[in-house]
Every structure is written in C-alpha cells, then in structure tokens.
Write a protein that binds this ligand. Structure first.
Ligand code: DX5
Ligand code: ZN
Length: 222
C-alpha cells in the first residue's frame, strides 16, 4: 500500500467540545480528509458521547465529509436521523447489528457511504458475506468506548487478512483503523494494509497543537 494514499480522519472525541467548530476547522486546515464522529450510547459501549444534533451543528462549519461511527445498540433506529443531520458515511458494528445485511442496505438507500466495523475480538471471516456491499471496513485497534487507550498489536494480522480479502473481492473498499493510532503505531497499520487512520488523542491531545500533530502523523506514514 503506497503511503501517499493514506488518509487522516481526526476523531473529535478528543477535541475540546466547548470549541468544537474551531477544532474541526483546525483539523481541516491541517489537511484532514474527513472528520470522525464517535457516537456512544452507554449500552453498546460503557460511555456516552454525542448524537445527531452535534452532527447537524458541524455540517455547515466544514467542507470535510462527516463520518459517523455508531457504537450504539440497535443502530437501525437512528440511521435516518444521522443521515438527515448531515452524515456522509455511517459505520455500524458487526457485533451490534442483528440483521447486518439489512442495516447496510438501509444506509445505502439513504445515499450514504456504507461502513462496517469489527471489534478486536471479532475475526475477519465475518466480513466475507458483506464485503461486496460496503465502501469501508473499520478495524478497531482498541476495544470501543474510550479515547486514549493503548493500541492492540494483535489486530495487525487481521488487518493483513482483511486487506487480502478486499483486494480479492472489492479493491476500492477502504480499510480504516481506529484506536491508539499515533506516529508509532500508524506505520505498522499502514504496512499491514490500512489506508485510513482515525486518531483522537494523537491529534487533539498534542501539546504542540493540531497542525503539528497531523504533520507528525502524516510524516510517519511516508
Ligand atoms: C473509540 C473510538 C475512537 C477514539 C480513538 O471507541 O472509536 O475513534 O476516539 O481515540 P484515540 O485515537 O485516542 O485512541
Ligand atoms: Zn471511532
């Protein structure tokens, strides 16, 4: 996977919510490719974050695509709301969607980019029957629910396997990684086949600021 195609998706979970618009603008100026929005409901994951109202407020303040990562029970109930709020892509967990195929078709019908997410303990093989229907696979490299966790290195062989599956079944499908991604772990995931990097703490938690952090992250995968 050549480095120049690697995209950065800053996760606003680590941003200062009191000045969210500004932080998103900083990320956009620093060359972010999309904004990653972590939605948590306190059921599917043991944390609560944000919902469609925040997506709606962000929509007019950035030209970047808004990627909504739904870590919620029963995602089917909220797909229309996120689409209406201005999501450009909607990502659902394989583990949380009882009728995954139906859920993915629903997102497609809403005219949004379709993503499927797998947790660290979930094997690559569950993607086999849905890969042709998605635009993006997101591999969690931490257990979902919190920012600032340590990268789980045992996910690397799975990233490699999924990259092989993508090349065979749907070469245009993106392979994104999420959790504990920084200038040290990013190159390992890119080498394994990832081409989109989600980063929260490594972007918004950096002492030198968002711009410097993103430059460092980009430089690590060149
Ligand atoms: C975790 C979220 C991540 C999180 C990543 O459940 O899906 O997107 O914001 O945060 P960092 O980059 O700090 O691990
Ligand atoms: Zn996420």
């Amino acid at each position: 996977m050549s480095a120049h195609v690697v995209k950065l998706a800053p996760s606003i979970l680590a941003a200062d919510f009191a000045r969210l618009g500004e932080q998103v603008a900083e990320a956009e100026r620093a060359g972010a490719d999309r904004i990653h929005v972590d939605v948590m409901d306190g059921h599917f994951v043991p944390n609560i974050s944000i919902g469609p109202v925040v997506v709606k407020s962000l929509r007019p303040v950035t030209r970047l695509p808004l990627e909504c990562h739904l870590m919620i029970a029963d995602p089917d109930l909220y797909l229309d709301d996120f689409a209406a709020a201005g999501a450009d892509s909607i990502l659902v967990h394989q583990e949380g969607a009882i009728n995954l195929h139906r859920t993915l078709q629903h997102i497609r019908k809403l005219g949004k980019r379709v993503g499927v997410v797998v947790n660290p303990a979930t094997p690559a093989v569950v993607l086999q029957e849905v890969l042709a229907d998605v635009d993006l696979v997101l591999v969690m490299t931490v257990n979902p629910g919190f920012g600032g966790q340590q990268f789980i290195a045992s996910t690397l062989p799975k990233i490699r396997r999924i990259r092989q599956m993508i090349e065979q079944v749907k070469p245009g499908c993106e392979l994104e990684v999420d959790g504990g991604i920084d200038a040290h772990t990013a190159p390992q995931t890119v080498q394994a086949g990832a081409n989109v990097l989600v980063a929260g703490s490594a972007v918004f938690g950096d002492k030198e600021g968002v711009g410097a952090a993103m430059q460092r992250l980009k430089a690590s995968v060149v």
